[in-house]
Design a protein around this ligand. Structure first.
Ligand code: NOJ
Length: 526
């Protein structure tokens, strides 16, 4: 596997011992490869397309990219159904293209995270083909087979989590589509095989992994019915068996045996922060875990205040480093969720990039994109998640930089106006706002790793102070359609304004509707 390829050079960490690990300072940009950029003109984004557009990520100021799956797959779930973990799907390119992308990213100082999907394979994976071939096949126990189903339900609208296999006369378990059978991580051969997959990519120089449904790999060994499933909820929304922690500890040990502080970011998609904290272990499981409530949150100060307070109260004592994310490929884009308001999307960007924790950006949010609208015949995803997955418009004029075949999904609304080229030419665009906020974050120890403290404010405003030594910043976000006043002791100057009004300027104690400001004490600025 890995032996015949030369690993790329490591990204050295800062030499100073008390510097935080790089991933605490990181700004991660999620690339959804199908829709980022098309290198071969077939209408689907690919690795060459990504390599050709890395400068966009660098210009923006993000330092880490996470690629959604690009491995060999029949694409029943857009690549989250993998039939070969150690090869690239021809739709996206080749292993050589991936190595070229890794080298190109590292040459620019960008780190690369791949999507590791441990819970399930494709039903076309040779392991599953072997497993289902006969009840006494040595790989039968690599998957989860039972004579009787229980009440567990699958996600993506798939109904029962059990599918009958007529050939071998048993049911197999799948927490997602029937084409995504669950692996049995209690079988040591599965552990060894999946560790081999991680080594394959670590040897090629990847900087870490986003771990798909990390909380799902361990299952209740008693296979007891669950009342929440009976009520129609998929098991993947709350599965939380202790064995998942053992699996993650094993993966962490493996990753830690590599130089260069490779990182594990878990998708623990359980809407309970107290439970999610457990997946950081005692510093021996995940380095980072996604924090999901903001992905559902409407533009509401009560919801955000509650969520931010909870993260602060629960993660800090556990020394668990938070993450923040507003959009991804599974959810409506946040601008769409906020009623289509560009103003709110701009204010949310200021919040995202000033909170305590690693921000994750989803490609296109820096353009203020909304979900695309699909006609019935254009729909691709069985889970109805096409909206946020639309192609990125690079140029103003159609086909917006997608010069070959018609792209696999329609463009989002206002694609020309919101294209990268159009917005780069406008200093007051949301694209320039993201870039300015990222630059502010990079330049400020308070924003990168300082303390977080909520400040008194009117109920419609969220205001907080970040502090690291002498470095102080205040962020204030007005969630209302009315002008609000905010009394702060001392003199403050505005460093960033979500409305794009030029900065720096004095803070006059007021916020316009849906406006967010980043402030610095005047004495520090002079
Ligand atoms: C979470 C991924 O983000 C989603 O796209 C996928 O459908 C499921 N896991 C199953 O792999």
């Amino acid at each position: 596997m890995a032996e015949d390829r030369t690993p790329v050079s490591e990204n050295p960490l800062p030499a100073v011992a008390d510097e935080p690990p790089w991933w605490q300072d990181a700004i991660v940009y999620q690339i959804y490869p199908r829709s980022f950029a098309d290198g071969n003109g077939d209408g689907v984004g690919d690795l060459r397309g990504i390599a050709a557009r890395l400068d966009h990520v660098c210009w923006l100021g993000a330092d880490t990219i996470w690629l959604s799956p690009v491995f060999r797959s029949p694409m029943a779930d857009a690549g989250y159904d993998i039939s070969d973990y150690c090869d690239i799907d021809p739709l996206f390119g080749t292993l050589a293209d991936m190595q070229a992308l890794l080298d190109a990213a590292h040459a620019r100082g960008l780190r690369v995270l791949l999507d590791f999907v441990p819970n399930h394979t494709s039903d076309q994976h040779p392991w599953f083909v072997a497993s289902r071939s006969a009840r006494d096949h040595p790989k039968r126990d690599w998957y989860i087979w039972r004579d009787q189903p229980n009440d567990w339900r699958a996600a993506i609208g798939a109904g029962s989590a059990w599918t009958w296999d007529a050939h071998s006369g048993q049911y197999y378990l799948h927490l997602f589509l029937p084409q995504q059978p669950d692996l049995n991580w209690r079988n040591p051969e599965v552990v060894a095989a999946m560790h081999g997959v991680l080594r394959f990519w670590l040897d090629r120089g990847v900087d870490g992994f986003r771990i798909d449904v990390a909380h799902c790999v361990g299952k209740d060994p008693s296979f007891a019915d669950h009342p929440r499933c009976l009520a129609g909820e998929p098991l993947a929304h709350f599965n939380d068996d202790p064995y998942s922690h053992e699996v993650l500890r094993g993966i962490r040990r493996l990753v830690d045996s590599y130089p260069g502080h490779r990182v594990l970011v878990g998708e623990v998609n359980i809407r309970s922060t107290a439970t999610v904290v457990q997946y950081y272990g005692a510093g021996d499981e995940l380095h980072l875990s996604f924090n999901f409530p903001p992905l559902d949150a409407p533009w509401d100060p009560v919801v955000f205040r509650t969520c931010i307070r909870e993260v602060d109260a629960l993660l800090q004592p556990a020394q668990a480093w938070p993450t923040w994310v507003l959009s991804n490929h599974d959810n409506e884009r946040h601008r769409t969720r906020y009623g289509g308001s560009l103003c709110r999307a701009r204010a949310a960007a200021l919040m995202l990039l000033t909170l305590r924790g690693t921000p994750f950006l989803f490609q296109g949010e820096e353009l203020g994109l909304q979900d695309c609208v699909t006609l019935p015949h254009e729909r691709v995803d069985p889970g109805g998640r096409d909206g946020s997955r639309a192609p990125l418009p690079w140029l103003q004029a159609p086909p917006h930089g997608w010069d070959g075949a018609r792209p696999w999904l329609p463009f989002p609304p206002d694609a020309g106006e919101l294209s990268v080229a159009t917005q780069r030419a406008r200093a007051d665009s949301i694209l320039h706002l993201y870039r300015a906020l990222i630059a502010q974050r990079r330049a400020s120890p308070a924003l990168r790793r300082g303390s977080w403290e909520e400040l008194p404010s009117p109920p419609e405003v969220l205001a907080y102070r970040r502090r690291h030594g002498d470095d102080v910043r205040v962020a204030c976000i007005n969630f209302s359609a009315q002008r609000q006043t905010l009394a702060l002791a001392g003199q403050w100057q505005v460093l960033a304004d979500s409305d794009g009004v030029p900065v720096p300027r004095r803070f006059a104690g007021e916020l316009l509707s849906d406006q967010a400001l980043l402030l610095q004490p005047v004495e520090a600025a002079s």
